[in-house]
Design a protein around this ligand. Structure first.
Ligand code: UDX
Length: 467
């Protein structure tokens, strides 16, 4: 029995599904949310991965990746044997009716997606599938990859009889992946096989009906979830287009922030004014150091690569990428502007080291890139993060960190706020900096209490507002 007592409320009676599901890459960010989500819908799920440490933790209902609300649900699912965790990939394949591929597709040096893990999985599927199996590509893969998977399986199996491959892209935000699974803005499925489409409808039916076999706070039976069926290419391209649009939105507002700064505007008011237009909306318009994380930059570069390979010049998307690169330089310039030409042994405090608030993921974090740039110029850097300190220590052992904001602020000559964790909005500035020498504060998110800064006579700069 897990630590948390099983919530004894009457769960919605739901016949357990007859569909056996395998998730390959089931301990990763996407695979774990997918496996837990599908098991909560009543399907029998086997989550397979090669990371023994993560598998051990998951069998004990603990997760190495931070996802809001995950462990209590995982705990209940383990208690009712709805989900299990293994490293046995052949066995998982043979026992499943549907296999979700959720392995990583990181960027190669030239920006193209590294499909080696997907191809290795496809070869295992080719060798192990022994009954009709729907292969669901959940990982974000470039247009054309599904054909590659189909070709590999077709070396030994017959499409339509032994298998079908389906694109079912994920739209999960890290840290709130379960909310995005149980309350998705849409479910998109791409395939040319009606037989496979029927299996996917059966898989998602409990979600569309609002049923779960354990307590899930986000399932709302009254909420209509758009279910979109299309062809494989359109499903894959929709995913890339969505992430490219989100990246574009961020680079757009960062560019407006840069112009606003030059002409004396207030970016907070500008964003508020923009967001009142229902065609624009208030969300996802927060300026900052740029978009980081394992998805947006990777998917944008992959889309640019696909365009180039098909003789199309993605001028806009290249601009989005360029602005994002320049944004980090903007922040560096503000820091060196405050510290004079040499950063050597100057003390810089970084608040927020993960790639965004609400996650412990430091992959592709621009805060870490900023640390490396400062370190390479000889600065003495100290950092704070709410969730990611263990991950930071593993990634950058030489970066001094503390879990106490006040420790990080003491002695700092410059303080850079890099994400909007609530702990940064009510800082006690009285003990910040050196005796008689308050730090210069760079607020890249516009989240600080300006009145508190002014009351403590702290010089500051808010990205996008009057320099
Ligand atoms: C993103 C997409 O949101 C999600 O739909 C997709 O499935 C995966 O990629 P994620 O990368 O987890 O999710 O984080 P997101 O919240 O989108 O933030 C991405 C980056 O953009 C972060 O570095 C964040 O700090 C930055 N960001 C986000 C901004 O700078 N401003 C914003 O307004 C929003």
């Amino acid at each position: 029995m897990c630590k948390q007592q099983l919530i004894k409320e009457a769960l919605k009676p739901l016949a357990k599904s007859e569909i056996n599901i395998g998730v390959l890459g089931g301990a990763g960010y996407v695979g774990l949310v997918t496996g837990v989500g599908l098991a909560a819908l009543g399907h029998q799920v086997v989550s397979q991965d090669i990371d023994q440490n993560r598998l051990e933790m998951l069998r004990d209902a603990r997760s190495a990746v931070y996802e809001d609300g995950l462990e209590p649900i995982l705990c209940q699912l383990i208690d009712i044997d709805q989900i299990s965790f293994t490293d046995d990939q052949p066995g998982t394949i043979r026992s499943s009716d549907a296999i979700f591929i959720a392995v990583g597709t990181p960027s190669l040096a030239d920006g193209a997606a590294d499909l080696s893990a997907v191809i290795a999985v496809a070869e295992q599927l080719r060798d192990e599938i022994s009954k009709y199996t729907v292969v669901v590509v959940k990982s974000t893969v470039p247009v054309g990859t599904i054909d590659v998977v189909t070709d590999i399986l077709s070396q030994k199996l017959t499409p339509g009889e032994d298998f079908d491959v389906v694109s079912n892209p994920e739209f999960l935000r890290e840290g709130s992946g379960l909310i995005d699974f149980f309350a998705p803005s849409r479910i998109i499925v791409g395939s040319d096989s009606e037989r496979a489409m029927k299996v996917l409808r059966d898989i998602y039916e409990p979600l569309l009906e609002g049923h779960s076999v354990v307590n899930v706070p986000w399932i709302d039976a009254s909420r209509e979830i758009p279910y979109v069926e299309t062809d494989v290419t359109s499903a894959q391209l929709t995913k890339y287009a969505a992430n490219a649009y989100l990246a574009t939105r961020i680079s757009f507002i960062n560019e407006i922030a840069g112009i606003s700064e030059k002409v004396g505007g207030n970016i907070g008011d500008i964003v508020a004014g923009l967001g009142l237009d229902p065609r624009i909306g208030p969300g996802y318009l927060q300026p900052g150091i740029g978009f980081g994380g394992p998805c947006l930059d990777k998917d944008l570069r992959a889309l640019i690569t696909v365009a180039g390979e098909n003789s199309y010049d993605p001028v806009l998307l290249n601009g989005v990428l360029q602005r994002n690169e320049l944004q980090l330089r903007e922040v560096m310039n503000k820091i060196s502007g405050a510290l004079g030409s040499s950063l050597y042994q100057k003390r810089v405090a970084l608040l927020g080291l993960a790639f965004k608030e609400g996650t412990n993921d430091v992959r592709h974090s621009l805060s870490i890139r900023l640390y490396r740039a400062l370190r390479d110029q000889g600065a003495s850097v100290v950092g704070h993060d709410v969730l990611a300190l263990d991950e930071v220590k593993e990634l950058e052992p030489n970066l001094e960190v503390s879990s106490e904001v006040s420790d990080v602020l003491a002695g700092a000559e410059v303080v850079v706020v890099l994400n909007s964790e609530s702990v940064y909005t009510d800082i006690d500035w009285s003990s910040a900096g050196l005796p008689g020498q308050p730090p210069f504060v760079v607020d890249t998110r516009g989240v600080l209490d300006i009145a508190a800064l002014e009351a403590n006579e702290i010089p500051f700069y808010v990205l996008g507002s009057t320099a």
